[in-house]
Design a protein around this ligand. Structure first.
Ligand code: 13P
Ligand code: SF4
Length: 328
């Protein structure tokens, strides 16, 4: 499910009430001027900010118009009624937004906001996999470049990977590039999954021993793990799902104590909405997500940099793979 759509901004002072539990007043004081400037720039430029769940709270709760996981950001990008989209997230997310909005200006505040999964595979690698497994459909995680998507039959996200794999009606599926996501999906289906060796540098750091330690130290804790975590971590968790699914789990189940085995800003952002839930916070930072700041979002809106462009030769097949996913 998409996360909330944040509207009716009234300025940084009113906004502070929302985030005061996770941002101390002196820190907010350093953000307020940029928040007000961004709110004004968005109105004047007819721009919206789409922010991933791993963005820091001053971005997520302060200036974002639409927040969510990769799937909901892709879905919401198709409905945006604005001239400019600023993608507060990593480069593949901005490329997906551009693919779905070829006539709009899509900006990413820092061009070097990458992803270890997107870096783990090239278009040539996908062609070689097709040669090795002729006729086997290729499902590609959205955490990839446009060139890799263009070689694929269909995309998936962590929120719909099982559904996408099962929709193909194939005995075998090539699932790229996240080995752990592929293994975690393989555990839930009879479809034989052929995986790649890519890993998320954030989620691969969690271990099953971490989960056992957490349960020893906090016997009543509910453990939620992102499916990019290794399978033995997911096996020890109480629930595994996309960032939006984790957020929904907390909303619906209201566990008294919870740990989100994922990127650090998730707990900050979700805890703002649930003061009654205690968040235990071992987490790992994504250095790519953390490249996006209020300062460079403001700069993007002031200067129009960095505009995301896509080679027209690969745009059409990549768009097909993304749209096929969205149609499911
Ligand atoms: P979600 O699609 O679950 O938001 O995950 C994106 C991501 O990059 C996780 O590391
Ligand atoms: Fe990529 Fe992992 Fe960062 Fe997500 S958390 S953007 S998968 S490196």
């Amino acid at each position: 499910m998409a996360n909330s759509i944040l509207n009716a901004r009234t300025g940084s002072t009113a906004l502070y009430d929302r985030v005061k539990r996770v941002i101390p007043p002196p820190e907010w004081a350093t953000f307020a001027e940029d928040v007000d400037a961004i709110l004004g720039l968005k109105r004047r430029r007819n721009a919206v900010v789409l922010a991933h769940n791993y963005q820091t709270p001053e971005i997520f709760h302060g200036v974002a118009d639409i927040v969510g996981d990769s799937l909901s950001l892709a879905r919401e990008a198709t409905k945006v009624d604005a001239d400019i989209i600023v993608l507060a997230g990593v480069h593949f997310m901005a490329e997906t937004a551009k693919l779905l909005n070829p006539d709009k200006t899509v900006l990413i505040p820092d061009l070097s906001a990458g992803c270890s999964l997107a870096d783990s595979i090239t278009a040539r690698d996908v062609r070689l996999m097709r040669q090795r497994y002729p006729g086997v459909p290729v499902v590609t995680y959205v955490n990839t470049t446009t060139a890799v998507k263009a070689e694929s039959d269909i995309c998936c996200t962590s929120g719909n990977a099982l559904k996408v794999v099962q929709s193909l009606g194939a005995e075998r599926v090539i699932m790229l590039p996240d080995e752990y996501l592929a293994q975690n999906i393989a555990a839930q289906t009879d479809v034989k999954i052929i995986a790649w060796k890519g890993h998320c540098e954030v989620h691969e750091l969690f271990t099953a021993e971490d989960v056992r330690q957490l349960r020893e130290n906090h016997p009543d804790v509910t453990v939620l793990a992102h499916p990019e975590c290794p399978p033995d971590v997911v096996a020890e968790a109480d629930f595994s799902g996309s960032t939006a699914a984790m957020s929904d789990f907390v909303l619906q189940q209201r566990p008294p104590r919870v740990v989100l085995l994922t990127e650090c800003s998730m707990s900050d952002n979700v805890s703002v909405l649930h003061p009654d839930v205690e968040f235990i916070r071992p987490c790992n930072l994504c250095p790519h997500m953390k490249r996006i700041t209020l300062k460079n979002i403001r700069h993007a809106l002031e200067t129009g940099r960095h505009e995301v462009t896509i080679d027209p030769a690969i745009a059409a097949p990549a768009r097909r793979a993304v749209e096929r996913m969205l149609a499911l």
